[in-house]
Design a protein around this ligand. Structure first.
Ligand SMILES: [Ca+2]
Length: 499
């Protein structure tokens, strides 16, 4: 297994070693001893082993709330260093503009609507589910943990899960060897040993290394990495709940941002400070232990800035829950010194759905085949595209030219398609709109009236996509959240950073 991984991961860098090994394997006449020796030499010459993969997620963070994406008030040097040592993708998208379905897409590499995962998991969802026992990531889907375990990775999830609370949804049976965190979507930041919802591999946590949850998750991620053998690759999903509500920060972190007058923005900034500190500690550990060069780090937010946490979406309009850019477009940072360029700004659209094929390409593996459709799902659903993303490594390394992308969304009475340079948003309460998000990120100029042909073309494509979803949503969004989406749709145009 190790040699196979070494050969293929090393081969990725220039493709030569991989092609060489493939050619070798076809030379049946070659003496097997000589063939083994050549394989061994090839493995040794390539860079040794598959990279570690650290996927760090923020929760409800605004597009503009990093130094590298425009904030002048919030200092995020450690997060910014991921971009300066790797790639900043300025047009990165998540699969949904609310937590649960976005994470379901990130974790599976599949458009979550394909398997009925459209609504958020929240209090309202219970009342609008026909089958409450289905409320979570369907066990018929593989996760990133499953895929990477299959190619020899140790796997861990630290932090927020939000993919169902029933035992069939538990992270430990969904591809994660190790889990410390909470099953639900939010948590108090100040930890009390007798009142919390955190667990470690199914058992309640009884002692905390820190009483502030962001620092605690950082501590746990370091403890897990330090407790492993460095020789084997690992995949760690560090799933911070910061800066999701409730708005709570330590006095020390609040003091750093004492100059910010708006109390909520001050608290948000302090919460970002703790998040950035945590990411800095993870990076420091990887450097100290000699693993940084061959670790692929990805950082992004599960959806855009929310209406209730004083986040700032920079040049984007809309918020969490809408399908405007401010709901689905997020900062997207990647570093991997051994496998990605340094300091690159990549402006073509990328999607978090791309992470599955990207991670597996880096690991030298292939995605697992889909499991059979569950009883409630139309079997045609499995005959369509299996995985929706693309391997980003060739385009980020300038080995291939980016092709135009098509990305889709549907949530709470809205649906949308990004197709090349245009994005169409169809709403339940108003005519469809057409925008050019790469040149008009604030979606201020509706092109529907002047580009009628494109409008019709995208409208048709969106309709085909919706009709291809061979299963109904497993649970719906409550009227409250649907109303919120409609209400917030144009309530949040691009604005100045709160001070
Ligand atoms: Ca979220």
């Amino acid at each position: 297994m190790l040699i196979r991984q070494s050969v293929f991961s090393g081969g990725f860098k220039d493709g030569v070693a991989r092609d060489f090994v493939r050619d070798l394997s076809r030379l049946d006449a070659l003496n097997s001893g000589v063939k083994f020796l050549l394989l061994f030499l090839s493995a040794t010459l390539s860079f040794g082993k598959a990279p570690n993969i650290v996927m760090i997620l923020a929760d409800d963070m605004g597009y503009g709330d990093l130094g590298c994406t425009g904030s002048t008030t919030i200092k995020t040097p450690h997060l910014d260093s991921i971009a300066s040592n790797g790639v900043l993708c300025t047009q990165g998208y998540v699969p949904s503009s609310v937590c649960s379905p976005s994470r379901a897409g990130i974790l599976t590499g599949r458009d979550p609507r394909r398997f009925g995962y459209e609504g958020n998991l929240n209090k309202g969802a219970d009342a609008y589910a026909t089958r409450p026992e289905l409320q979570g990531l369907p066990p018929t889907e593989h996760t990133l943990g499953d895929h990477l375990k299959a190619v020899g990775y140790d796997t861990a999830l630290i932090g927020k899960w939000h993919q169902g609370t029933h035992e069939v949804f538990h992270p430990n049976v969904r591809g994660f060897d190790h889990f410390v965190g909470m099953l639900k979507g939010s948590h108090s930041y100040f930890l009390k040993s007798d009142r919390h919802q955190l667990e470690r591999n199914g058992s309640p946590v009884t002692e905390f290394s820190s009483d502030y949850v962001t620092d605690y998750f950082t501590d746990e991620s370091l403890a897990w990495m330090k407790g492993r053998k460095v020789e084997e690759p690992f995949f760690m999903f560090l799933s911070y709940n910061a800066p999701h509500t409730p708005m709570q920060a330590t006095d020390e972190d609040l003091a750093v941002y004492g100059h910010i007058k708006d109390r909520k923005r001050q608290t948000y900034s302090a919460m970002m400070h703790a998040l950035d500190r945590g990411v800095g500690r993870v990076i420091d550990y990887l450097k100290e232990s000699g693993q940084y060069e061959n670790t692929l780090i990805v950082f992004f937010s599960d959806n855009g800035g929310a209406t209730n946490n004083a986040s700032w979406n920079g040049p984007l309009s809309g918020r969490k829950g809408t399908l405007l850019e401010g709901g689905v477009r997020v900062p997207f940072l990647m570093s991997w010194p051994a496998g990605l360029p340094k300091g690159k700004v990549y402006k073509n659209p990328v999607s978090a759905l791309d992470l599955l094929p990207t991670f597996l390409a880096a690991a030298g593996g292939e995605p697992l085949p889909l499991k059979p459709a569950p009883k409630y799902e139309d079997k045609r659903n499995r005959k369509a595209v299996a995985y929706d993303g693309i391997n980003l490594l060739p385009v980020l390394n300038d080995k291939e030219v980016a092709k135009p992308r098509e990305l889709f969304w549907r949530l709470q009475g809205q649906s949308a398609i990004l197709s090349g340079e245009r994005k169409l948003i169809k709403l339940s309460h108003r005519p469809a709109q057409l925008f050019a998000p790469s040149t008009d990120p604030g979606e201020q100029a509706d092109l529907a009236g002047e580009e009628v042909e494109t409008l019709n073309e995208l409208f048709t494509k969106l309709g085909f996509w919706e009709s291809s979803l061979a299963t109904v949503p497993l649970w719906g969004s409550s009227p409250f959240w649907s109303r919120e989406s409609a209400k917030n749709y144009e309530k949040y145009p691009p604005g100045e950073e709160p001070k």
